[in-house]
Design a protein around this ligand. Structure first.
Ligand SMILES: *Cc1c(COP(=O)(O)O)cnc(C)c1O
Length: 431
């Protein structure tokens, strides 16, 4: 049985009860100090590359107060839709601080990305013509290309990525053709991008990916005479969701990429290549938790703890059967007293945060801390069963707690009915 004590909330039980007295559960709580610590550790690991930038994957945590903290730490934004571009822009990001890594992209989104000077990352060779048409025949100076090499990606424990099954990216021959076409249309600088495995454990993935993309950059330079100035390693670095997982050594990952850079790009004289990343999970997941209270207990064939959060607040367990560690707040040092299913109120049997989970003594009224929920947490939330998404709070470095997004109200849920011809229905949209 895992040691329940190795993962701890970043606030004390007393602090958390004080927060709950001001803000009703459920809510997300993020730690500004932890966000900054992670951004600094990551930037330090890549400090050997002068132009390095982490473009935070906005979809993971599209919350302005968080994007601004990351911006202060030198990060940029990775966006995939026009709405994400608008959010990044409102938070002060533009120009070379934005990468637009979209797929199946509408023309209007290309125009928006181009207008704010974002680096456009093309997911398919066909998008060369689409981009040109979207921009009325003009091409940006710099374009990035997303490759899907089709080969399985080996990791420490077998295969960690099967790119052939993914909808993303273009084949190498398609990429060479796209680069040739773009070159002939006047594009002056190229970026290369690939995202081949998710939540990788260990230190091998980024160096392996970097070696592959650096080699491709040299090939593009040699065969087509084009200038590759940017290599984007995208997302995919994992976090220790389980107490027995070992957190990755981010400094070793940076050094592994550095070695690949020295061995592949330096001999080709391409030392001006900027390296980039688009991490979501590694940057934010451990810096946020979903806090929820046990409101019911039911014992049938299992012991069910009913909480005031549900899969609409955090859907990873429901859709991927993902493990999120749970701490019974204030009982960090107590041994397991039983096994529980921690469930929400949706009329869907997959609305369960944990199955047969060993937990210390726990009952109605206890607060649960659902760890590592800071990325792909609230942002994936939905409104099934009329569930309303929770508030987000930030524990500032000085210990103050600020609400950075309010919880949804019924009026938010009904907002799109404001044009209903029935006044009784339209009235629901009024707060
Ligand atoms: C989702 C995504 C990311 C972030 O992935 P993580 O696994 O959270 O690091 C980065 N880039 C692109 C293009 C993505 O779609």
């Amino acid at each position: 049985m895992p040691d329940l004590q190795t993962k701890r909330p970043f606030v004390s039980a007393a602090q958390l009860e004080a927060i709950c007295a001001r803000f009703p559960t459920p809510f997300y709580l993020y730690s500004e100090a932890e966000i900054r610590r992670r951004a600094r550790a990551f930037n330090a690991a890549f400090a050997w590359n002068p132009g390095f930038c982490e473009y935070f994957a906005v979809k993971a945590t599209p919350t302005p107060a968080i994007l601004k903290v990351l911006g202060q730490e030198g990060c940029g934004c990775d966006c995939a839709t026009g709405v994400e571009l608008s959010l990044a822009q409102a938070c002060g990001f533009g120009g070379n601080k934005v990468v637009f890594s979209s797929n199946d992209t509408p023309a209007a989104d290309y125009r928006q990305a181009d207008a704010m000077g974002a680096l456009i990352n093309l997911d398919s060779a066909d998008m060369v013509a689409c981009l040109r048409e979207a921009l009325g025949g003009r091409m940006p100076e710099r374009v990035c290309l997303r490759v899907n090499p089709g080969q399985d990606i080996p990791g420490e424990n077998g295969i960690i990525g099967t790119p052939r099954d993914a909808k993303f990216g273009m084949t190498v021959p398609q990429l060479l053709q796209a680069a040739r076409d773009l070159r002939d249309l006047g594009v002056r600088e190229f970026g290369l991008h690939a995202f081949l495995a998710s939540n990788t454990q260990g230190e091998g993935y980024y160096p392996l990916l970097a070696r592959m993309l650096f080699s491709l950059a040299v090939r593009l330079h040699d065969e087509l005479g084009v200038r590759v100035t940017f290599v984007d390693l995208s997302g995919g670095i994992g976090v220790a969701y389980r107490p027995e997982d070992r957190p990755v050594d981010i400094a070793a990952i940076g050094e592994g990429v550095h070695t690949a850079f020295d061995e592949v790009l330096a001999p080709a004289g391409m030392t001006d290549v900027r390296v980039g990343s688009e991490l979501g999970r590694w940057m934010l997941a451990p810096a946020g938790a979903l806090v929820t209270r046990v409101i019911h207990e039911k014992v049938t064939y299992k012991d069910y703890l009913g909480v005031d959060a549900c899969a609409a607040d955090l859907m990873r367990p429901a859709i991927y059967d993902a493990y999120h560690h749970i701490t019974v707040v204030g009982r960090e040092d107590e041994p397991a007293a039983g096994t529980y299913n921690v469930v929400g109120r949706l009329c869907e049997n997959n609305d369960q945060f944990a199955h047969d989970r060993p937990l210390p003594r726990v009952g109605v009224g206890d607060l649960l801390w659902i760890h590592d929920s800071g990325a792909h947490g609230r942002s994936m939330g939905y409104n099934y069963n009329g569930a309303l998404r929770p508030a987000e709070l930030m524990l500032r470095e000085d210990g103050a707690v600020e609400r950075i997004r309010r919880a949804e109200t019924p009026a938010d849920y009904f907002a799109t009915l404001d044009e209903d011809p029935d006044p009784a229905v339209a009235a629901l949209a009024q707060r």
